[in-house]
Design a protein around this ligand. Structure first.
Ligand SMILES: *Cc1c(COP(=O)(O)O)cnc(C)c1O
Length: 461
């Protein structure tokens, strides 16, 4: 226990939270019924502590974001120093601050040559909302104002704002708030485990890509502005597409002159063992939204990298693009993000992730003898465990998400934060994790699987 948390009256804090704090992504009725929140007070490396003194292995790096791990004094000091120098100034109207300018150049330096320009926002959602407006305006500048439609995938996640949630393919989100907005379309996600049937993964990858072409032809190729995809779908259940998928998507989009947006909010900044998921999956996007790992979650910041051919239109045609957030390129967040990228570089954490990737894959494979586990998969330090009622047939339990939630709760009890996306258990630990800690994570995951099996054994084939 820490000095901080000792002085807290936790019961009082929980009561106050129930009374005053309206939480995101929460079932408010069961939140009350189950006694309110768990309170997290402290963290170091890959470990977090709750207010009751329980130590948990954070297998999710917060929300897929704490890439450099918790407890980095360098990042706290970068924020402190910048706050003393200049806590705020904006980047509108031909003005800049030192950290935002330095960060734009830094991001560009770890990207392919064509990404020289970076637009700042405060989150992944804002990054994707920005893209929708900017892309439509770009096509208008090009004299093709009719190119307005966006194609994404089912169970894609691109954020919670109106346009970002429309780009995403989460049915539950669409049913709330009248989404998707007009002009947003979704095709099959490249999830072999659920949809591959008797096809080999490579055959299925081509078939899933063909769904995109079918949608393009249905909408009329000239009406389509862009295709958006996470290189590896995160919240959809760590869907790692077969290796045939992305190259084929690229071929199709190029054929019809459609822009490719690689949502790197999770995959970016080393998660897959390269700086960018598109490098791992083998394709060349035109637009790259990023957030999460950009600051390792220490402060809110997001950005979009645009390829030169898009930016050139804005340079050549002129006219103001009426879009921007008060805190775009916030100097304190930018100073922290800059330091965060320096840490990724100086500690070679991207290389470390690449080196540990096969170790995590092997550790997850060791769970495949478990009766509940239908498949495991991973790339770099992002992975998934599929829960199945009949592993030979890749059959699911009834009521998708029910057994996953049971497993998630057991995982918490065992001391591991592992998230459930329906009945896919997912892991994305901080990139600083060691081999020994991967062993520990795997041991705790097996405990959670065993406890889950005890609960659902009667439902198994
Ligand atoms: C989290 C996430 C977003 C949204 O980012 P926020 O900062 O939560 O708005 C967008 N895209 C992907 C792939 C994400 O995982």
């Amino acid at each position: 226990m820490t000095a901080h948390s000792k002085n807290l009256n936790i019961a009082e804090l929980v009561r106050s939270d129930i009374t005053h704090h309206f939480h995101p992504f929460t079932d408010h009725k069961s939140f009350h019924a189950e006694g309110g929140p768990r309170v997290i007070t402290q963290a170091d490396g890959i470990w977090i502590w709750d207010a009751n003194g329980n130590k948990l292995l954070d297998g999710m790096a917060g929300l897929w974001c704490v890439n450099v791990g918790y407890g980095r004094k360098d990042l706290a000091e970068a924020a402190y120093r910048q706050m003393l120098d200049l806590p705020y100034y904006n980047t509108f109207f031909k003005t800049t601050t030192v950290p935002s300018t330095e960060l734009a150049a830094k991001i560009s330096s770890v990207m392919p040559e064509r990404f020289k320009h970076i637009f700042f926002v405060n989150s992944g959602s804002e990054a994707n909302d920005t893209i929708v407006r900017l892309v439509r305006h770009y096509w208008k500048l090009k004299g093709k104002a009719y190119r307005t439609h966006f194609i994404g995938r089912r169970r894609g996640y691109h954020g919670s704002t109106m346009a970002a949630a429309s780009l995403g393919g989460m049915q539950g989100m669409h049913e709330q708030g009248g989404l998707p907005l007009p002009g947003f379309h979704h095709v099959l996600q490249p999830h072999w485990f659920d949809f591959g049937g008797d096809l080999s993964p490579d055959e299925f990858g081509l078939q899933a890509a063909a769904e995109v072409e079918k949608k393009i032809l249905e909408l009329g190729p000239d009406n389509v502005a862009a295709f958006i995809g996470e290189p590896i779908q995160g919240a959809g259940g760590v869907i790692i597409p077969p290796k045939t998928y992305w190259p084929e998507i690229q071929k199709i989009c190029r054929k019809y002159g459609i822009l490719i947006i690689a949502d790197e909010v999770i995959c970016g900044f080393g998660r897959t063992g390269k700086w960018w998921g598109f490098e791992t999956m083998g394709f060349e996007p035109d637009i790259v939204p990023m957030a999460k790992g950009l600051s390792s979650g220490y402060l809110p910041i997001g950005a979009v990298a645009f390829s030169d051919s898009i930016i050139r239109e804005f340079f050549d045609k002129g006219g103001e693009f009426y879009h921007g957030m008060t805190y775009a390129g916030h100097p304190v967040a930018a100073a922290v993000a800059l330091k965060n990228i320096e840490i990724l570089q100086s500690e070679k954490l991207v290389e470390h992730t690449a080196a540990l990737g096969p170790y995590l894959a092997k550790a997850l494979r060791s769970l495949e003898d478990h009766p509940l586990v239908g498949e495991t998969r991973s790339v770099g330090l992002i992975g998934a465990i599929e829960l199945a009622s009949d592993k030979a047939r890749r059959a699911r339990f009834k009521d998708p998400g029910r057994v996953g939630t049971i497993c998630r709760d057991h995982s918490f009890k065992a001391g591991l934060i592992m998230r459930a996306c329906w009945d896919t258990m997912v892991l994305a630990p901080p990139l600083v994790i060691s081999k020994k800690e991967i062993d520990e994570m795997t041991r705790l995951a097996r405990q959670a699987l065993d406890a889950t099996l005890a609960d659902v054994k009667h439902e198994m084939k």
